[in-house]
Design a protein around this ligand. Structure first.
Ligand SMILES: C[S@@+](CC[C@H](N)C(=O)[O-])C[C@H]1O[C@@H](n2cnc3c(N)ncnc32)[C@H](O)[C@@H]1O
Length: 305
């Protein structure tokens, strides 16, 4: 298990100067190579399950009372986070969309194997323009670990606008993604600390994806610039202090500025999606999110066009 002693020097490295590492876009925007799809499908046994648990908790804490009907998850990959929205947050009807046909095929298999095929369906589609989804229909639109797959910030803005469009005024928009760190040396150190586990589990392509993702990720300052100007929502950007390894952008229900309206998910140990041996790291991330900086971006003040 990665410990505070491994992270402490990285916090110092992250905090000691300006951003030097330039972005390197993903070599492949769409993930459809067989070994990458097969290995990504094993995500629930990896540390990404910790990020998923954080994503679920952030949605739960921010969603209005009783909001559990219809949702979409964009760039859903093999659909494990999408399926969690039905299993752990109780959404009745969930649609997952990804541009990769092999990912969608695996995701549909996962839904039926988990007995959720009647509530969760997956289809091929583009996150920047979701065909056949009417305006203001959904209670939640989510986009996790995929903003860094977009070629530029203007495309991220297009996705955010599409999410905003499909979501009811009283609904919630949720983006979660990695954060590009300050230097190449720090990034290598972080990737090797966390990714060691992926290699040990026999997931070299997943490790390679993680490595590429950390170079393609947006810094907190960059992602914030993608918030659309033309929106009726307040947006909140949540960034852990110290060593930010995950960031969230929430498009709040129209008229609301308060970010969280309830406390965390009361997970019973047997229901928690994080593998037992990673629960210590999950508690650590949970705490850093609770203490994270929250920047409110009022309607009309975003810079994304
Ligand atoms: C790193 S995976 C994230 C999967 C999942 N959301 C998660 O949290 O694990 C990024 C996914 O984005 C998909 N993707 C890339 N560009 C896309 C687009 N324009 N529309 C839909 N999916 C896209 C890729 O095919 C890939 O499955």
């Amino acid at each position: 298990m990665a410990s505070i002693f491994q992270f402490a020097p990285m916090i110092v490295m992250q905090q000691s100067g300006r951003q030097k590492l330039q972005r390197r876009p993903e070599p492949e925007e769409v993930t459809d190579q067989a070994d990458h799809v097969v290995q990504y499908d094993r995500v629930m046994g990896t540390k990404l399950a910790i990020a998923y648990a954080s994503g679920l908790e952030v949605v739960h804490r921010a969603r209005p009372e009783g909001m559990a009907r219809e949702t979409i998850d964009l760039a859903c990959g093999p659909g494990h986070y999408t399926l969690c929205l039905a299993r752990h947050l109780g959404f009745d009807r969930v649609v997952g969309v990804d541009l990769s046909a092999p990912m969608v095929e695996v995701a549909n298999q996962n839904a039926s194997e988990q007995g959720l095929g009647d509530r969760v369906t997956f289809r091929v589609g583009d996150a920047t323009h979701v065909d056949g989804m009417e305006t203001g229909r959904l209670e939640l639109a989510s986009f996790t670990d995929a903003a860094h797959h977009m070629p530029d910030l203007a495309t991220v803005t297009r996705v955010l606008k599409e999410m905003d469009r499909m979501t009811k005024p009283e609904g919630l928009v949720m983006v979660m993604d990695l954060v590009r760190l300050r230097t190449e040396a720090l990034t290598e150190r972080y990737v090797n600390t966390l990714g060691h586990d992926y290699v040990q589990r026999g997931l070299p392509s997943f490790f390679k994806d993680f490595h590429n993702s950390m170079y393609a990720a947006w810094t907190a300052k960059e992602l914030r610039q993608a918030v659309p100007r033309d929106t009726s929502r307040h947006w909140c950007h949540i960034v852990p202090r110290g060593l930010p390894t995950v960031q969230f952008l929430l498009g709040l229900p129209v008229g609301r500025r308060k970010v969280f309206v309830r406390s965390g998910l009361p997970w019973k140990p047997e229901a928690c999606p994080v593998p037992r041996e990673m629960r210590g790291e999950w508690r650590m991330l949970r705490m850093t999110i609770a203490l994270a900086s929250r920047k409110l971006i009022p309607p009309g003040t975003g810079t994304g066009v």
